[in-house]
Design a binder for this molecule. Structure first.
Ligand SMILES: *[C@@H]1O[C@H](CO)[C@@H](O)[C@H](O)[C@H]1NC(C)=O
Ligand SMILES: *[C@@H]1O[C@H](CO)[C@@H](O)[C@H](O)[C@H]1NC(C)=O
Ligand SMILES: *[C@@H]1O[C@H](CO)[C@@H](O)[C@H](O)[C@H]1NC(C)=O
Ligand SMILES: *[C@@H]1O[C@H](CO)[C@@H](O)[C@H](O)[C@H]1NC(C)=O
Ligand SMILES: *[C@@H]1O[C@H](CO)[C@@H](O)[C@H](O)[C@H]1NC(C)=O
Ligand SMILES: *[C@@H]1O[C@H](CO)[C@@H](O)[C@H](O)[C@H]1NC(C)=O
Ligand SMILES: *[C@@H]1O[C@H](CO)[C@@H](O)[C@H](O)[C@H]1NC(C)=O
Ligand SMILES: *[C@@H]1O[C@H](CO)[C@@H](O)[C@H](O)[C@H]1NC(C)=O
Ligand SMILES: *[C@@H]1O[C@H](CO)[C@@H](O)[C@H](O)[C@H]1NC(C)=O
Length: 433
């Protein structure tokens, strides 16, 4: 018993230190303090009157569509940013309204709509109410209109009445129209145009408004070629034409899009090479050409574009050696080249660990045939991982690299503190008993 004494004192000093270092992260996981204080309605001292500052007609209109008005809709910030008012006197007027999660039988009466014609921004999110007739005052006032999974079904003619818009978003709502032109041709001020998941048919417009910065026609049924006119938009930053039935080549003039940052042409029927002019787009960050029939070699300049962070060339007919080494590939947030059976990588500059979903090249720059396995010359312990599927990207791997270490460390600390605790209890029992 006597020989335990010095160790016991040492333990008694160490234990609180250990326990505090292991328990601290646990205590920080517990719910933040003051869970009992209910976030009651804000009652700012500036507006002691409970009555609304909103125009009574508009208040009635909101009540008629079951919009909660217990709290002044002009108070900012409004919940979910659903309302925004101007500052006119004696009554304020709504300039922005967002309706979310409506019941399907909600009636948006023409009286209500007429009194809401001061709106400049109107959005519907998950509001499967029937489409309504737009009062002309409202349609000319609106600058921004958004309809996501709402209004059941729209027509191109209905949308074309919103000629004063700068921003249009229609997503996951079917649109019947002869094509995008009927919607776009009257909107002389539009800068952001999104019609996505609308089963829109027809061809891309030949004429575009030069102020456009954002075009998204993804997930529709558009046919034909990508017109050269779309490459004549000096302010265009964002172009998404993915998941349509577009054909033909990428126009050589694509490099004229000097503001372009994000481009997706994925999941179409396009073919031909990546044009050299893409090299002159200074801030291209996102390039998705996946699931088409593009061919030719992957150009060298792609490895030199400083802002490019996302590159997806999966599922095409590209051929030859990719112009990237391992360190360049790791710079990308997403890098996908799989599903190109004639594409390969230089095994002396790219590790097979990257699992690109393509084969290493032979000395002539062709993929090693048949698919690489243990017989390949690089013969390291995991040569068989070369044939892994192409869908793996960087992110999960990085987690893989760092994840386990933290877990192991945590378990080790936890276990050792339990061991110490047991020793401590045993000693304590001996001491007391
Ligand atoms: C409300 O709008 C502001 C400014 O546009 C934005 O920063 C904020 O995230 C929005 N809040 C919600 C809940 O949408
Ligand atoms: C609408 O419903 C979704 C989930 O069903 C919810 O996340 C969202 O906060 C709701 N929005 C509003 C404004 O109530
Ligand atoms: C269209 O919007 C502009 C401001 O962008 C406004 O001056 C004009 O009056 C609007 N047109 C109509 C017919 O309301
Ligand atoms: C588009 O059409 C397909 C069938 O062709 C249908 O399954 C899908 O729901 C439609 N999309 C919309 C937004 O209506
Ligand atoms: C393009 O649209 C598709 C479908 O709407 C989406 O999944 C994809 O992330 C978009 N691409 C870009 C570059 O925004
Ligand atoms: C553009 O691409 C970048 C890089 O992939 C991404 O972070 C960003 O969200 C994209 N922007 C839009 C509007 O989709
Ligand atoms: C790419 O495919 C087209 C046919 O779609 C063919 O004419 C052309 O020669 C191919 N280019 C290369 C470099 O293989
Ligand atoms: C990888 O390629 C880049 C650009 O192509 C080059 O600057 C860099 O030196 C190369 N790194 C190695 C390790 O070869
Ligand atoms: C692969 O890269 C090495 C080192 O840069 C180079 O010497 C070799 O020629 C390349 N292999 C092929 C087939 O081009």
């Amino acid at each position: 018993m006597e020989e335990f004494k010095p160790k016991t004192t040492l333990l008694l000093i160490l234990l609180p230190l250990l326990l505090s270092s292991t328990l601290h992260p646990i205590s920080s996981l517990s719910p933040s303090p003051s869970p009992a204080t209910q976030p009651s309605l804000p009652s700012p001292s500036s507006s002691p009157s409970p009555s609304s500052t909103l125009d009574p007609k508009q208040l009635t209109a909101l009540q008629s569509i079951n919009f909660p008005t217990g709290r002044d809709p002009c108070l900012q910030p409004s919940p979910h940013n659903a309302t925004l008012c101007d500052s006119s006197k004696p009554f304020r007027h709504l300039i922005s309204l967002r309706l979310s999660n409506c019941s399907a039988d909600l009636l948006l009466s023409s009286t209500a709509l007429n009194s809401l014609s001061t709106l400049q921004s109107l959005s519907f999110l998950n509001c499967p109410i029937p489409p309504f007739r737009l009062p002309s005052d409202l349609s000319s006032n609106l600058r921004s209109f958004s309809c996501v999974s709402s209004l059941r079904r729209l027509t191109g003619v209905w949308l074309s009445h919103l000629y004063n818009l700068t921003e249009l978003t229609v997503s996951d709502v079917p649109i019947s129209a002869s094509g995008p032109s009927i919607i776009l041709s009257n909107m002389n001020k539009v800068t952001s145009f999104t019609i996505s998941g609308a089963n829109l048919t027809g061809f891309l417009p030949r004429k575009w408004h030069p102020k456009l910065t954002h075009i998204d026609f993804s997930h529709n049924k558009l046919k034909g070629r990508v017109p050269i006119s779309v490459t004549q938009l000096p302010n265009l930053k964002f172009l998404n034409l993915s998941s349509n039935q577009l054909l033909g080549q990428i126009p050589d003039t694509f490099g004229d899009l000097i503001s372009l940052q994000n481009l997706s042409l994925s999941s179409n029927l396009m073919s031909g090479p990546i044009p050299d002019s893409i090299a002159s787009i200074p801030s291209l960050a996102h390039l998705d050409l996946s699931s088409n029939q593009f061919n030719g070699s992957v150009p060298n300049f792609l490895s030199e574009m400083k802002d490019l962070k996302y590159l997806n060339l999966e599922g095409n007919n590209f051929q030859g050696m990719i112009p990237f080494n391992g360190s360049t590939i790791k710079r990308f947030a997403v890098f996908k080249v799989g599903g190109n059976s004639n594409l390969c990588y230089n095994h002396s500059t790219v590790s097979s660990m990257l699992k690109l979903g393509i084969a290493p090249c032979d000395k002539d720059g062709f993929p090693v045939q048949p698919p690489p396995d243990k017989s390949s010359s690089s013969g390291s312990e995991d040569a068989n991982s070369d044939s892994g599927d192409g869908s793996s990207d960087e992110k999960p791997k990085e987690n893989h690299r760092h994840g386990p270490n933290k877990v192991v460390l945590g378990v080790a600390i936890g276990l050792s503190s339990i061991v110490f605790l047991i020793i401590f209890l045993v000693l304590l029992a001996k001491w007391c008993g």
